[in-house]
Structure formats: C-alpha cells, structure tokens
Design a binder for this molecule. Sequence first.
Ligand SMILES: *Cc1c(COP(=O)(O)O)cnc(C)c1O
Length: 275
Amino acid sequence: MSEQAQPNGEEMHINPQRTQTLAENLSHVAQRVQTASNGRKVRLIAVSKLKPATDILSLHNSPSQHLDFGENYAQELTEKSSLLPTAIRWHMIGALQTNKCKPLAEQVANLYCVSSVDTAKKADALEKGRAALAGKQDLEERKLRVLVQINTSGEEEKSGVEPGEAAGLCRHVREKCPHLQLAGLMTIGAIARSQEASGPEGVNEDFVRLREVRGSVTKELGIGEEELELSMGMSADFEAAIAQGSDEVRVGTTIFGERPAKKDAKVKEERADEG
Ligand SMILES: *Cc1c(COP(=O)(O)O)cnc(C)c1O
C-alpha cells in the first residue's frame, strides 16, 4: 500500500490493484465516449457517490488525472472534498434539499457545478452561499456553474422542473443570481426508456425532449443554443445520449462497480490490516 498525505494531514491508503481496475474501467468508458462523440467535446463525470474517497484519489492520481467527480449527497460531497485535493472539480448531481444549498456552496470552494437546480429558492440559497464564500476569500471571482434539472419523463417521483417552467427558472438564475452561471440543462429520464435505448442506435425520448426544451428556453431568453450545455446519459445509456447531443455524461457503476446501500457506505475505507 502506498500512502498519500492529505490536506488535513491524514494519510490515505491506496490499493494498487484497485487503482489499476478503476483506471482501466475509466479508460474504457473514456474511449467509448470519444468514439460516440466523433470529435465533439463531451465531459465525463465519474459518479463516485457511496464509494470511498480512496477510489477518487486513485483516479485523480492515475495518469489520466481525472478531474470531474459527481456526488449525490451534500454531506458526503462536503466530507470528501475536505479529504481530497482541491484541484478536483466537484459536481453535485443528486436531488437537492433547499436547506443544504447554502452550506454546500459556501463550504466547498472547488464545487464546480450544481446539476440539479429545480426551484428558484434553491438557486437563491446557492447564490447566498457563494456570495458568503466570495466575501471570505480573496478568490479570483469564478461563478458557480448550475444546471437546471428538467423532468422530461413526467414521472412524479423524479425531481426537476416541468419543461414549461424551465425558461422562468433559467431567467431567474441569469438575472437574480450574480454568483451563479447558468451553464445548461440536465435530465435523468425514465429508466425504462434508457434501457430500451441502450446502444448507440436507441433514441430515448427524454433526450430528444431535453434538446427541445433547450430550443424553447434559448429562444425565450434570446440567447444562442451553444450557451446551454445538455447533461444527459448514465452507465446504461451514455452513448445514446451523446448521439442525441449530450455535452456531459455522468457514469458511476461502469467505472466504480455496484454501489453499497447508503447505510453501508464509507467515505474512509477501513484498513485491511485493521481487521
Ligand atoms: C447515480 C447517478 C448517476 C450514475 O448512474 P450509473 O447508472 O451508476 O452510471 C448519474 N446521474 C445521476 C443524477 C445519478 O444520481
């Protein structure tokens, strides 16, 4: 085991075998992304939720020096960010609770993007957190990127704004949140449609719908389509999403393997030699 000093002075124990497996998995996915995107630039977020911080460090330290990692839970993201290098670009991709928005934006300076904004209240809370952070630090001003999450599938349990409300929320971010940058739109989509659409030929209606929503939002706001990225595609369907114009895919299981139950997840892995 090699040891790596961390910002807080603790050491993390990197397992070379695990590192090799993860680096190979990531490299396979990155190749598939590249093939599907035909030279277009598509960001690959490695979704590390419920996986230990050492897995993230392994990929960040590997020759690819992967930068973009996605997390679903505010507390887990905050804890991991305190343990890991500040060069990492954190993406908060999970359902947001309004009361967690301000602390998240204020405490995690290297939070790169919040991908799941679906109410003006959450945008306002992120704005407050970022304003507080800017006040504390003499940081060169970098706006926090946000994506507006759209419920393209109409499933009640999915978060996201209805397509018809997207333009209003996008306008709110652009006009009322000076510390945020509206960077695009995100959808998860119906699992069933993703499964049907797996493989580059499949067409998931949710992906088509998100592109249509971008068309109407940019028209209503009077901005160019190239100003709004599309974040869509996960392990089961990222190639199909890229074929439909995705600029960013979020891939977890195919890189890190199956996730543990939330109650069993550990940010810090116990050392093998500690039993
Ligand atoms: C968990 C998650 C992913 C990754 O899912 P996989 O199927 O493991 O690739 C992507 N996006 C969101 C919003 C998620 O919650």
